[in-house]
Design a protein around this ligand. Structure first.
Ligand SMILES: C[S@@+](CC[C@H](N)C(=O)[O-])C[C@H]1O[C@@H](n2cnc3c(N)ncnc32)[C@H](O)[C@@H]1O
Length: 187
């Protein structure tokens, strides 16, 4: 089935956890990843990969010795992602706030960068707070948390979590157009 139609069907069934009706465009995926120096990447984490719109681009750019660890709670997306046969990809069917324990299970304790498509505004606030706090904790120093949003509602919150070390970008060639936050951990 066409991936846009299957995404639409999934979003109708799960509007409260998807937050959109169509996968991200290649333009948005490129904008999310444009500041990452992939030559230095060892461990990347993706939150909310969906049917893999950003995941596939990350895998194209990932150096041979690096690992991509994805957290996805949706059953059907988890199954679709599991069909991507790539030894560098680990798909975890678990919510993003479990990042620290799941990385530890895989014998990692830090991530270089976290790429997030989580629908922050529809996840309960206490869970979002936990996800952001744990993300900050597991990021290496100078690592980045990259998030897109269709509005600026989380700009202030992310600024305070990341101690003002945040830059804002915008991608018009996406439906809907999206803001991209690049948040840097600075010890
Ligand atoms: C806006 S969609 C983005 C999908 C894809 N990354 C893209 O850009 O096309 C949000 C995704 O986050 C997932 N999600 C929502 N809450 C989550 C959570 N707490 N932990 C992990 N994934 C979550 C949803 O199932 C959905 O796949």
């Amino acid at each position: 089935m066409n991936s846009r139609i299957s995404f639409l069907k999934e979003s109708i069934r799960n509007l409260k956890t998807l937050g959109t009706v169509t996968p991200s465009s290649r333009f948005l995926a490129e904008r999310m990843l444009k500041k990452i120096d992939f030559s230095k990447v060892e461990v990347l984490v993706e939150f909310g990969p969906g049917n893999g719109a950003i995941t596939k681009l990350i895998l194209e750019k990932l150096p041979a010795n690096a690992t991509l660890i994805c957290f996805e709670i949706n059953d059907n997306f988890y199954k679709q992602l599991s069909e991507i046969k790539n030894p560098q990809l680990v798909i975890i069917k678990s919510s993003a706030e479990k990042i620290e324990e799941e990385l530890n299970k895989l014998n990692f304790n830090k991530a270089n960068h976290i790429i997030s498509s989580l629908p922050l505004t529809i996840i309960p606030e206490e869970i979002t707070n936990e996800i952001l706090a744990k993300s900050l904790y597991v990021l290496e120093n100078k690592g980045t948390f990259i998030q897109f949003q269709y509005s600026l509602t989380y700009y202030k919150k992310l600024k305070s979590v990341f101690n003002q070390a945040i830059s804002l970008d915008f991608e018009p060639l996406n439906f809907p157009p999206a803001f991209v936050y690049h948040c840097k951990k600075v010890d």
